[in-house]
Design a protein around this ligand. Sequence first.
Ligand code: AQP
Length: 344
Amino acid sequence: MSDPINPGFTPRIFSGIQPSGGLTLGNYLGALKRFAALQGQGAETVYCIVDLHAITVWQDPQMLRARIREAAAAFMASGVDPAQSILFNQSQVSAHAEMAWLFNTVARVGWMYRMTQFKDKAGKNSENASLGLLAYPALMAADILTYQATAVPVGEDQKQHLELTRDIAAKFNHDYGVGHFPITEPLIEGVATRVMSLRDGSRKMSKSDPSDASRINLTDDADTIAQKIRKARTDADPLPGAIDGLKDRPEARNLVNIYAALADETPDQVLARFEGQGFGAFKPALADIAVSALSPITAKMTEYMDDPAEIDRILGDGALRADTVATPILEKTKQIMGLLRSRP
Ligand code: AQP
């Protein structure tokens, strides 16, 4: 089958999540829930725990290993089925790092300095950031293009990196006069493409935010979820009848969007039910729906995490399958670039 937007390429979806902390409701709604829904829809699905990305900022080795397993448990508990999708951790497939080096020679330094994620994470002391943090988007382009992926489901925050991936693919194709890489489509869909912090409606919910109260973790129990929602920052006004009425109320809009995404409704449908009510009524309803959506996931995660050897087996098996797709594409890329291939 050929991809409708990139004729000649197999429809293939790739996406990944960093094991840089415990996964959050933002990762679930912006990524994991959609990863699961895209299975069996006609495209191959390749999902990756991007541990090489995580180490662009310091990670304790013991903790990192545990978080890779926990992320794998979260993927599977959210419905990613290793029989239907290729599920693995990035560092077990060396093609990612090799392709990233090739792309370091295609991407321009100026492109990297423009990335808002680099500016945010490097902060004021950017001279002291790891070189990997600056080169992060070239590795992300490698993750995607090593599979000639035609579509990538991501949250809104990754849009700029996706554009850079397209720039790298286009420059490579142009410089070498080939059509080797597809121009990958970002799939940024739904009402929860940017779930915001529960403490500050101008910041995205993030697994590495120092405040645990800013996020709902997929490992939080029902009481913790309810308590975090109860304490979420809001305002004193009643809810309007439509989402347009929340333009200047980011915290309120965030909670309504979370509700809508969890209930598979539109924000307007949610507001039609809560119009005129305050957060005293809305927050307990949101807590109920969050607990009923997340509790089964948390329970399944615990089951998977009780058997780390099985997680390791699944990730190892996924890595072998990923390798069979990635290696021929990497080899072809090297050939195009004029790198001599003569190993028997
Ligand atoms: N708040 C969010 N709302 C919607 N989608 C989100 N994603 C992350 N946060 C939100 C999506 O989850 C996928 C994996 O992201 P990532 O782990 O690779 O890195 P990130 O985007 O930098 O996520 P975090 O949680 O903020 O990680 P840290 O704190 O380590 O930087 C992506 O598709 C992302 O869009």
